[in-house]
Design a binder for this molecule. Structure first.
Ligand SMILES: [Zn+2]
Ligand SMILES: [Zn+2]
Ligand SMILES: [Zn+2]
Ligand SMILES: [Zn+2]
Ligand SMILES: [Zn+2]
Length: 390
């Protein structure tokens, strides 16, 4: 973290003032606030364990699956990478496997329900004639063989020629396809009234679905452990607007934390907030004053930024149900916001960077509001003038 002197010197340099010309930007009248930007993610590996009955038709060797007695107590090592893709582990409860013969079939086959085991099913002996279906097959007898006194009219829009009726003998009255019969012998059963059962193809039995035709099945108690990553995105700017991230870039002196472990980040028992614990912690950018190595130790606190990072993240670090691993991967940067009585319309943001901090000048919110107000006034005036002119 930069000292106040470093911050004011950086602003003076940004203003183009020669050296440390206090007169250009005197310490009196300057207000400095510090804001920590923290961005990154907390990735937790969250686990659920469920138990249920598993079933497999036929036979199955389960010896390749791990066995357990108490699923909740079955030890599974924490994943090396808490962000690893969703995974599923299946286990077998010890002693629960039961291989059985299927009691509702015979060697995997059971009587065909459609034909009741007979192998054939009933069929129509005759089917309606496709030539005159729904219309008159004979204009004189309607297929009865008994001529009516007056022949009926041809159905509307009929163009096919009529032929002599085989039933009643009248000329030019019958459908050309059935010759007055109105139906023809069924092509499937050839008029026998019985056809091969399509479900069992004549065999009278079908495969038993339940046991997949094997006559056997296996049942056991299965434990299922599912692990999946849950990502909590962190983007905190502690008092600055979110666009403050836009005032920074990769080349600035970001500190980084990449901490994997079930313990909270960072362990509380160390002076720096780093090291110790069982997890793997990597933090860089811990130079006490990255922007100005010359003033090392001036703040009296070796890593104030990192402890503040920990404090910022702390509310989000409570252990979640089923959490088995976590990774905290964030970068952080402490910005200084400087305003000055002599420069009321400007805000200077000092961004740590090597070898020297840089300064981003932004318009003061007060100034921005004043400009916005002015724009509204101009608009109101324009509307008023246009009303007067119409
Ligand atoms: Zn059948
Ligand atoms: Zn006829
Ligand atoms: Zn016909
Ligand atoms: Zn038939
Ligand atoms: Zn069966």
């Amino acid at each position: 973290m930069l000292s106040d002197d470093d911050i004011l010197a950086a602003v003076r340099r940004g203003l183009g003032a020669a050296g440390a010309d206090d007169a250009a930007f005197p310490a009196a009248g300057a207000r400095i606030t510090r804001h920590l930007l923290v961005a990154g993610e907390i990735v937790r590996c969250v686990e659920t364990r469920t138990e249920g009955t598993a079933f497999h038709a036929g036979t199955r060797d389960l010896s390749d699956l791990p066995e357990y007695d108490d699923l909740d107590r079955y030890p599974i090592p924490a994943p090396a990478d808490p962000g690893a893709a969703r995974s599923t582990l299946r286990l077998v409860r010890r002693g629960s496997v039961a291989a059985r013969a299927c009691s509702t079939c015979t060697n995997g086959r059971k009587p065909c329900a459609r034909c009741d085991g007979a192998g054939d099913v009933g069929c129509r002996t005759h089917v309606p004639c496709s030539g005159c279906e729904g219309r008159l097959c004979c204009l004189a007898c309607e297929g009865t063989g008994k001529r009516a006194r007056e022949a009926a009219d041809r159905p509307q829009a009929e163009t096919a020629a009529r032929v002599r009726c085989r039933k009643c003998g009248a000329d030019d009255v019958a459908c050309g396809k059935c010759r007055g019969a109105g139906q023809k012998k069924c092509g499937v059963c050839r008029g026998t009234g019985s056809r091969t059962c399509p479900d069992c193809e004549g065999g009278g039995t079908v495969s038993h679905d339940f046991c997949a035709g094997t006559g056997r099945y296996v049942e056991w108690t299965e434990g299922v452990v599912v692990r999946e990553p849950v990502v909590d995105t962190v983007e905190e700017s502690s008092g600055l607007p979110a666009r403050a991230f836009g005032w920074t870039n990769e080349a600035d002196a970001w500190g980084r934390v990449d901490h994997v472990g079930e313990d909270a980040f960072p362990p509380h028992d160390t002076a720096t907030g780093l090291g110790g614990g069982t997890g793997l912690t990597k933090a860089t950018g811990l130079d006490p004053d990255p922007g100005n190595p010359g003033s090392t130790g001036s703040t009296g606190n070796p890593t104030p930024d990192l402890s503040e990072v920990a404090a910022r993240l702390n509310p989000r670090l409570s252990r979640r149900d089923g959490e088995v691993a976590r990774r905290v991967r964030v970068r952080y940067l402490s910005l200084a916001r400087v305003t000055h009585d002599d420069h009321p319309h400007r805000v200077y943001v000092v961004v740590p960077r090597r070898p020297a901090p840089r300064v981003v000048t932004v318009r003061s919110p007060r100034r921005a509001w004043r400009l916005a107000g002015l724009a509204v006034l101009v608009l109101v005036a324009a509307v008023a003038v246009s009303r007067l002119l119409t």
